[in-house]
Structure formats: C-alpha cells, structure tokens
Design a protein around this ligand. Structure first.
Ligand code: FMN
Length: 311
C-alpha cells in the first residue's frame, strides 16, 4: 500500500509532517543547510532578536533521563544575518520559516516588517513563550499583552504568520487564549514551548546541572509529551478550523507523531530528539510513521487527523 504523509499548514505545503523546533541545530547557516538536506519538511531558524546575543553562561543545556533542560537565553546571530541566509536556503525547495523573538513589541515589529521584505521567506513564527531570558516574563502568560502583540503584528505582517505558545494547564486559560487567537490573523499556532522553570538535580554531585538562573530551566523531551498533546487537543477543539496547529513536545518516535496528528496537529516539530540524534531523526520518523500507518491501513494523514476517540 502506498502511504502519503504530505500535509499543509495554512497555505504552505509540506512533503512530510515533521520539521525542526526552533532552538536545537538551527542557529548557523551550516546547521540550516543540514536541515535543508534532511527529510525535514521545512527549515525553521533559531528565534532571533534585533541584536546578536551570546546567551546565558555555560553549561546551559543538559540531557537527563526523560528529556532535556536548558536555559540558553536566546543565543542567536541577530535578525539581519538570518535575513541574508534565507536566499541561500531557497535551493532546498522547502518552506523557510523564521522564528522571531523580539525583546519588546517594538523589536518584534521591527523584525517582522523587515522580514516581510525577504521574498525567499515563507512564514514567520512569533515566539511568545521563551522561559529563559532573565528578567523577561513569557508574553503568552499575559493575555492583554498577547492581544496587543497579535493586533500589531496582524497590522503589518504580509506573510503567513503564527505564534509559538507556552504550555497551558487550566481550561480557563485555554479558552481565554483561544478567543484572542480566533480574533487575530494567525494562520497557525505552535504548541508547546518548553515547560518553564523545571529543576534537574545531580544527586551524586548534589548540584544543579545547568548554570544560569540557579539551575532552573525549560524542560523538553519525552516527559513533556502528555502536556504537548493536551495543548494540541484543546486548541484544536477551540480554534477556528482555518487555523492550523503545529504540535511539539516530547516527540521521539513515529508513533508519537501519529498521536499528535490524532490529537489534531497538522504538522509537528522536533526539539530535544533532534539535538540528541541529529538530522537523521527525520528519516527515521518517516519510516516509523509510515510503518504505523501501514499497519493500521491508513494511506494519508487526513484519514485520522483529529479523530481521537473518547471512551
Ligand atoms: C536547546 C534548546 C533551545 C531552544 N530554543 C528555542 C528558541 O529559540 N525558540 C523557541 O521557540 N523554542 C526554543 N526551544 C523550545 C523547543 O522549540 C521546543 O518547543 C521544546 O524543546 C519542546 O520540544 P521537545 O520536547 O521536542 O524538545 C528550545 C529548546 C531547546 C532544547
């Protein structure tokens, strides 16, 4: 049986449903070119700020049983450098998406306005959920601020755009955020960013495993999958049907991708597993997802997308 795993997000067409999450292995041109050559369906660049940033002191990333913890502090080359890179990435013939993470609304608007002038760029993901910049609360936990950012971006952005959200844990918060998103011009929503401010402890050394913020950091990887799935599911129930959902959080296998699509995701992103395994992860996920679909007799993603059964 031939299995088709192509999908779409808004007006963008994807050959497979998976690509990189912003952060791991997407900061330099070499890394972005590696993504271009891989079986990732799109290239998403590291969240950028107006000025280049070195980020937080090392060590700022650590693996642990069940996932990863990081407090990178948005190390990136500055938006101007990414704008220059996108034309080089065009040759890989897949959508190019820029993650934008201005440190203020003014910065975000400046970057979005300039990025809209780059023909080779296909879409913009506004990161409203970085838990690791010292002294900066996450925008998406402040609903009034989020509404303002979405209104202002919607006014100037001429490319398809979406937002990257933090995890929510309360139905009232899902409903409030969904209302704001439904009134905005987003064409996609990406959820979830890392679970903010976890703490991993090395019992042998009796010490924290990363240096910044007293060891507190964003948690990703296998252990956050139930939260990623719940956020995708809840937003699929609450958002307008023309807003696509990109699921991210704890995806390690093709079966995980299958679960996210069942919950209602149109596509998924891979963070920690990409950091640990490298870009060959995408070919493996493709094989595994096809295997699951063949076993279940599905020939396209649409046959099971969002069709999670209740008991
Ligand atoms: C090292 C590292 C750096 C990250 N940097 C960013 C970033 O710049 N922008 C962003 O939106 N998310 C960032 N994230 C969060 C990931 O994109 C993703 O949402 C999160 O890790 C959950 O996915 P995972 O379980 O597959 O890791 C980062 C994650 C890691 C591990």
């Amino acid at each position: 049986m031939s299995v088709n795993i192509s999908t779409g997000v808004g007006t963008l067409c994807f050959a497979t449903p998976f690509f990189n999450a912003s952060g791991p292995l997407c900061t330099t041109l070499l890394e972005l070119e590696d993504l271009g050559r891989s079986e990732a369906c799109a290239i998403l660049s590291k969240s950028c700020t107006v000025e280049p940033r070195e980020g937080n002191p090392l060590p700022r990333y650590a693996d642990f049983e069940g996932g990863s913890i990081n407090s990178m502090g948005l190390p990136n080359l500055g938006y101007r450098v990414y704008m220059e890179m996108y034309p080089y990435l065009w040759r890989y013939d897949k959508p190019i998406i820029s993650s934008v993470s201005g440190l203020s609304l003014k910065d975000t608007l400046l970057i979005v306005r300039e990025m809209c002038g780059v023909d080779e760029l296909d879409a913009i993901e506004i990161n409203l959920s970085c838990p690791n910049v010292v002294g900066k609360p996450q925008v998406a936990y402040d609903f009034d601020q989020t509404r303002e950012v979405l209104q202002e971006v919607g006014r100037i952005c001429t490319k398809p755009w979406g937002v990257k959200l933090p995890p929510y844990f309360d139905f009232v918060h899902f409903e409030e955020m969904a209302k704001i998103l439904n009134e905005s011009g987003v064409s996609f929503v990406t959820c979830i960013n890392s679970l903010g401010n976890g703490l991993v402890i090395d019992a042998e050394r009796e010490c924290v495993v990363i240096k910044p913020k007293g060891g507190f950091g964003g948690v990703g990887g296998r252990m956050i999958k139930p939260i990623g799935l719940s956020n995708v599911r809840k937003f699929r129930e609450l958002l307008r049907s023309d807003i696509s959902i990109i699921g991210v959080g704890g995806i390690v296998s093709g079966r995980d991708v299958f679960e996210y699509i069942l919950a209602g995701a149109d596509a998924v992103q891979i963070g920690t597993q990409l950091q640990q395994e490298g870009v060959s992860v995408f070919a493996r996920l493709g094989r595994e997802l096809r295997e699951v679909m063949e076993r279940k007799g599905y020939s396209s993603l649409g046959e099971f997308k969002g069709k999670l059964k209740m008991l």
